[in-house]
Design a protein around this ligand. Sequence first.
Ligand code: NDP
Length: 412
Amino acid sequence: MGKALIIGAGGVASVAVHKCVQNSEVFEEICIASRTKSKCDELKAKLDGGKTKITTAQVDADNVDELIALINEVKPDIVMNLALPYQDLTIMDACLATKTNYMDTANYEPHDTAKFEYSWQWDYKERFEQAGITALLGSGFDPGVTGVFSAYALKHYFDEIEYIDILDCNGGDHGYPFATNFNPEINIREVSANGKYWENGEWIETKPMEIKRVYDFKEVGEKDMYLLYHEELESLAKNMPGLKRIRFFMTFGQSYLTHLKALENVGMTSIEPIEYEGKQIIPLQFLKAVLPDPASLGPRTVGKTNIGCIFKGKKDGKDKTYYVYNICDHQECYKEVGSQAISYTTGVPAMIGAAMVMTGKWNKPGVYNVEEFNPDPFMEELNKWGLPWVEDFNPVLVDELPEEVKESELVR
Ligand code: NDP
């Protein structure tokens, strides 16, 4: 069918590459390009010999000219951006210059502020339309599958969805007192920011980890979960008609939170540069360098993830609730592709999203989030490629759980 240029060779890219090779009917050829070429070569050495032709290249994705040269050489049907959110705009610029389709799994982030917002990328809409190319934003799990679940719920089960709660539970245990299961810099930026949710057209801000609930997750058990801001809230608040409220909760263990608090208190999570022995360093980047590489957690992580969305709304004038989720086993993922479930649950939808564009199922000039496309073919592919989903029409709702903070404590 076609050719993909994959940028990045970290945890998520490694899974996506394994999955592209499994789906060789669509991915006849892939080029893996990253800052450190040896990592691309390692992946190639592991997976060469199948039907998908694999090449590798070195690229600095912060440099638009280098990217344009590489795209002109490889001539891919799509660029899969599996590097870091800092590179989103340079890669989109190179795609525009070469009229090549684009996809990613995380919204653009400037280096100096943690924003988690789509405005910069949505600004490319007209230019992508005029160039006749598609940009698919946020095709990981969350964002990604959570948006597809939302579109699917609306299409098949509701006339109107009023409330969405996204529940992201990682019941995995890697045995370290503190480690992050994807890029530590991005992960810590996300969880140390203020919480935020959307209600009746307004954003309501909370202090970090201020709102907590205990939820009993299928196949994982009871976990503490905390309200966080997460980027798909922005696109879903815009794209789901009639929505009254959308929130996002993620589970964290006490050890993780205690370590994070201590690191914050001593200034190690700051993204403000400081001078150290005559050199400017960013404390959070230094912290990343001393933490375990998320890719190394694969062999030692046991347990399961359970990520999904609970919807409440109306069908034929009656109240209706619906919960759709995926359960993924860390060790099963490791056996299949050599990675833990967080990379797996992101890398599989990245491959599927790219395949949707390459096969023309999700091909529409412009810049789109996943929920703006027909969810059905994506949902089918999730079952096929290792992320089967489960439906529950009578779930326990988050609002039925005991409250752990009072509304009056929120910072508005
Ligand atoms: P890693 O840190 O493991 O990998 C990042 C890769 O990008 C590395 O190979 C790195 O190269 C490469 N890279 C970084 N900067 C550049 C550059 N300037 N030029 C070329 N390559 C570069 O991250 P993950 O795989 O964990 O995460 C990848 C992406 O997935 C992130 O954007 C993350 O936010 C997103 N994500 C999305 C999720 C979702 O559900 N939507 C969930 C989890 C992650 P090098 O090896 O040289 O460092």
